[in-house]
Design a protein around this ligand. Structure first.
Ligand code: 8DG
Length: 162
């Protein structure tokens, strides 16, 4: 039996965003923890790998497309039973190619996100993402009912927090 690694594992996650705000989600394939859950594409950073290079590699491996540019958006840490992860979310509006299911996974462009279930650490991001996608959208995160995610770092301070 192996034990979980003590320190956080760095993961890059890419949010492809179309001009109308639609974003691409994929479903985790069988054989992975949380198989069947929906997530933004991405994966673990390899040793010595630059975050953007890792993002580009993951998109080629999972979706067969080239991310041309992406902005680091926010960071979230989450402790799962299978791993402690540090997620580095990027937003990309520039890529080359059409998504293909390289690992047999389902994927879907979503405006209002209707796919479920989503990975737990990704759920609070959707509220923040709506503020990026739809700037006129009223913020629904009141301080009293903000999602209970103590390890989540809001986007405004995230780029320097990780
Ligand atoms: N890609 C992605 N991973 C996420 C999201 N939210 C979230 O908690 N995670 C977690 C789930 C996993 O613990 C981790 C990603 O690891 P992974 O196992 O999918 O990475 P990988 O593709 O490199 O997998 P592998 O090669 O080791 O099989 O990050 C998300 O929105 N997208």
């Amino acid at each position: 039996m192996h034990e979980a690694k003590a320190g956080p594992i760095d993961v890059v996650v890419g949010i492809l965003m179309q001009p109308n705000g639609d974003v691409l989600l994929g479903q985790r394939p069988a054989g992975k923890p949380y198989a069947g859950y929906w997530e933004f594409p991405g994966g673990k950073v390899e040793a010595g790998e630059d975050l953007f290079a890792a993002l580009q590699r993951e998109f080629v491996e999972e979706l067969g497309l080239e991310v041309i540019s992406a902005d680091e958006w926010c960071g979230v840490e989450h402790v799962y039973e299978h791993a402690h992860v540090r997620l580095h979310f990027f937003i990309s509006r520039a890529w080359r190619g059409e998504p293909q299911s390289m690992e047999g996974q389902a994927f879907a462009w979503q405006g209002a996100v209707g796919v479920a279930p989503l990975l737990p650490a990704t759920i609070p991001l959707l509220e923040w993402l709506d503020q990026v996608r739809y700037p006129a959208y009223p913020s629904v995160i009141a301080s009293d009912d903000a999602p209970d995610t103590p390890a989540a770092i809001p986007p405004a301070s995230a780029s320097s927090a990780l």
